[in-house]
Design a protein around this ligand. Structure first.
Ligand code: ZN
Ligand code: ZN
Length: 586
């Protein structure tokens, strides 16, 4: 190879490094994915100062002979791909054969590898070979990277703080471990073990190893398939929601992907089971014929396109909704007290703290994961909760109203607090939703004339969507400039609130505008009207009214949440109370 050629190749590597190597976790990702491709059953990642000072990835995979080892550092060398488009078709994890040379061009690399016959050690610095020799090492490959970006200082400043880099790698290993429960993973930072899985090939056990017992015991299994797709995995009960989307993990043919439509489908499945600002913990595996999916292979993107996306999303939503419905529970007032704070929350707070202080403080931090006190096998349901089907027979005797807002009720099992607004909202929501789906609509003329005057653009919008109102049972006639008069409206509108309701409905149509979706619209209308038409907090109601409310509540499809996802009812079991008053001693 002539000198000039080598130089230009080196340059190309540096340019590519800007794309592939943007943070320590990208290096970790590339190396770990190579290890997986090498058929490893054990992969260990060791970071020094979050990866800023060093990254080492070792595996027990097939290893390389001397030739392959040299070839691994030359650009576009790959044993797997012929065309880039083949990437997903052949079901590999996306090793583009560029990562290693790119990384080597901006750092110091030591490679130790053994294919079962002979061991090889290679040292490269800034893309230049420094040393190559025979070495004794066990089968597999280990790659150590030091002095990242030493020759491209401009890029160095793009690296974040130690804690952020560490967190990114940790979050990647969490996901890849969940995607590969049969592989034993370990990640350490400055020799503290941050995550360790056993490679048990049991997804629930891996969830337990990654997220801890407090999460794994709240997970529900899902499984379904249609002609094209097979889905499986675990979804969390609404009790343990997160404040960000990072815990929605989607794995397609063994590869962790990020896809907005999938995330949206999963989130939609929790509709009314959770507030909009919270997100579930989900590990969803999708198996599909590779011809049905298409990967955008920009090296840093993990996005993916599906054929028959609508069917796939519908199956996901239906499957999750179904399992949530089967497992609806009244939250107990005494959720098990967890003295171990979840590790992601610890790390989150530490990351924030460090970013605030610009990481000038170097405290010894112990990120070692505390073993949950109970072993994995002991996962069991708390006994005091009531499954949905039993709920229909639940009798609650109201005692009174606390703070003008919470109904206090009791029965032989304990004491209940019910949020009167949330409870009535649930009842009304289901009532309205049912009325909206009804085919046979009865309408009546309003007692007093109702005129609706709109802004010109809104008037046009309603004109265009008049069929929506007609289908709901409204008869509107144009009445002067930008004004409608309501001739008839459906009977289910609450008496005295007809005009307000019509305005709410019209507003919703205008807001949805061109993106009008009848299912979403019905749900939105039902929620909005239910909220409006339900007794507010701080309103006194009679014991009889409470009784009626509770009787209606237990008969709803989801008595546990208001349509915004807030809880309607909380139980204090006799045991909870005895514990609180120390009548029971454990
Ligand atoms: Zn409300
Ligand atoms: Zn609500």
């Amino acid at each position: 190879m002539s000198k000039i050629k080598v130089m230009s190749e080196n340059l190309a590597n540096k340019i590519a490094a800007g794309e592939v190597v943007e943070k320590c976790s990208s290096i970790v990702k590339e190396l770990v994915e190579n290890s997986i491709d090498a058929g490893s059953s054990e992969i260990k990642v060791e970071l020094t100062n979050g990866g800023l000072m060093g990254i080492k990835v070792s595996d027990n995979g097939i290893g390389m002979d001397e030739n392959d080892a040299m070839l691994a550092f030359s650009r576009h060398a790959t044993s797997k791909l012929t065309k880039e488009d083949d990437l997903f078709f052949i079901n590999t994890l996306g090793f583009r054969g560029e990562a290693l040379p790119s990384i080597a061009s901006v750092s110091e690399v030591e490679l130790l590898t053994n294919d079962g016959n002979v061991g090889t050690k290679i040292n490269i610095k800034g893309g230049k070979l420094l040393n190559k020799e025979e070495a004794s090492c066990k089968k597999g490959t280990s790659i150590t990277i030091k002095n990242l970006f030493y020759n491209t200082p401009a890029r160095l400043k793009y690296l974040k703080s130690e804690q952020t880099e560490m967190y990114n790698s940790l979050s990647f290993i969490e996901k890849i471990a969940l995607a590969n429960p049969d592989i034993r993973f370990e990640l350490t930072n400055n020799r503290n073990s941050l995550i360790k899985t056993t490679g048990s090939d049991n997804l629930l056990k891996t969830i337990h190893e990654v997220f801890g017992l407090s999460v794994s015991k709240q997970m529900l299994e899902i499984k379904n398939s249609n002609d094209d797709y097979e889905i499986s995995g675990y979804v969390c009960k609404p009790e343990i929601l997160k404040s960000n989307r990072n815990f929605i993990i989607t794995i397609v043919n063994g590869r962790v992907v990020r896809n907005n439509d999938l995330n949206k489908a999963i989130n939609d499945a929790y509709y009314t089971y959770k507030p909009d600002s919270k997100y579930p913990i989900v590990v969803l595996k999708i198996e599909a014929d590779p011809t049905l999916i298409d990967v955008n292979i920009h090296p840093t993107k993990q996005d993916i396109k599906f054929s028959k996306m609508d069917e796939l999303c519908k199956m996901i939503v239906d499957t999750i909704k179904n399992v949530l419905y089967q497992n609806l529970l009244i939250p107990s007032a005494m959720p098990e007290i967890n003295n171990t704070i979840e590790k992601d929350e610890i790390i989150d707070s530490v990351v924030k703290m460090y970013e605030d202080k610009e990481s000038s403080v170097q405290t010894e931090l112990d990120f070692s994961i505390k073993e949950d006190s109970a072993p994995y096998e002991k996962i069991e349901e708390p006994k005091e909760l009531i499954i949905n089907e039993e709920m229909k027979n639940l009798v609650l005797y109201p005692i009174g109203l606390a703070l003008g807002t919470y109904i206090i009720a009791q029965n032989d099992d304990g004491v209940y607090m019910i949020d009167q607004h949330a409870a009535q909202e649930r009842i009304n929501y289901e009532k309205y939703l049912k009325a909206l789906k009804e085919k046979e609509i009865t309408s009546i003329a309003p007692l007093f004339p109702i005129n609706i005057e709109l802004a010109p653009s809104d008037f046009v919008c309603i004109q265009e969507h008049m069929d929506v109102l007609t289908n709901m049972g409204f008869v509107l006639k144009e009445f002067g400039l930008n004004t409608y008069i309501v001739k008839e409206h459906p009977t289910w509108l609450k008496e005295g609130f007809e005009e307000e309701s019509i305005h709410k409905i019209i507003d919703s149509i205008i807001i949805m505008g061109n993106k009008f979706n009848p299912v979403k619209f019905n749900e939105h209308i039902a929620i909005t009207l239910a909220c409006k038409m339900s007794i507010k907090g701080n309103t006194r109601i009679s014991i009889e009214a409470m009784e009626e409310l509770l009787n209606e509540l237990v008969l709803t499809d989801n008595p546990y949440n208001c349509p915004h996802g807030r809880p309607t009812i909380i139980k204090f079991s006799i045991y909870d109370m005895e514990k609180m008053f120390k009548r029971a001693m454990n």
